[in-house]
Design a protein around this ligand. Sequence first.
Ligand code: SAM
Length: 264
Amino acid sequence: MFQHSKPLTSSAAARWRELLQRRAIPPEIRAAAPNDPSRHDPARFVPAATPEDTPSRRAALELLGPDGGTVLDVGCGAGAAGLALVPQVSHLTGVDSAEDMLRAFEQACQQRGLAHRSVHGPWPQAAAQAGVADVVVSHHVGYNTLDLGPFVTALDAAARRGVVVELHAVHPGAWLDPLWVQFHGLRRPPPATADDVLAVFAEVGIHPEVQRWTRPAQPRSPEAELDFSLRRLCLPVERRDEVADAVARLGPRHRDLVTISWSG
Ligand SMILES: C[S@@+](CC[C@H](N)C(=O)[O-])C[C@H]1O[C@@H](n2cnc3c(N)ncnc32)[C@H](O)[C@@H]1O
């Protein structure tokens, strides 16, 4: 069981860091994991041919305006956030710390005939190489980021017109918490939430517009979702059927999301 006796520290940035560190996978479980539990599979992030009309997309299109402009997508994965803005995006720069994600990003841009550039490296260290753009987007990256203050300050500095951040309302791994109890006897500490994110933003002087919304449960590839759950739970393929049953018992999963945007 997870023990945590110390109260969280008072600065929002320090509290954020502690919330994430407390949920780190215990070293003995991680060491025994057959696959890296933090790796993202590019196949799960392939951009939709027809982008979904979401508050995040609408906020970015509003910042781009009718004449469009350049976009920087931080933690781009396969490019879903930036490519949802085609044709208003004239050039798309993708930054990602994972090489395989950048290859998927390049392929998706080529398929759409979009001028693009990829920058390999972690944000904000890659900021100088990435340069500036009219609009900066960053979807589903914050909960990986211990130093959220410098991360968001660099997003702001890279944007001429504005920034759109999209995140889960609650840490995206939290839905698996009952399965950590079931498979590892591990009670997970409380997850970080978007309110913790917004507290860090306020601390660095960013007071954005916030839109909360829900994406209904979607029919996704059950195989890919099961691979994801197995990897996150640090379990071997032999436990696949048990995990499939446990995930099915959790029921359909809608996603509560938050769009956080501000003008540069
Ligand atoms: C959950 S995926 C989201 C991908 C994409 N933004 C989307 O919404 O489909 C997170 C991506 O952020 C990347 N990433 C995480 N932390 C990063 C950092 N500090 N700098 C750059 N990329 C990062 C990961 O490699 C991964 O591709």
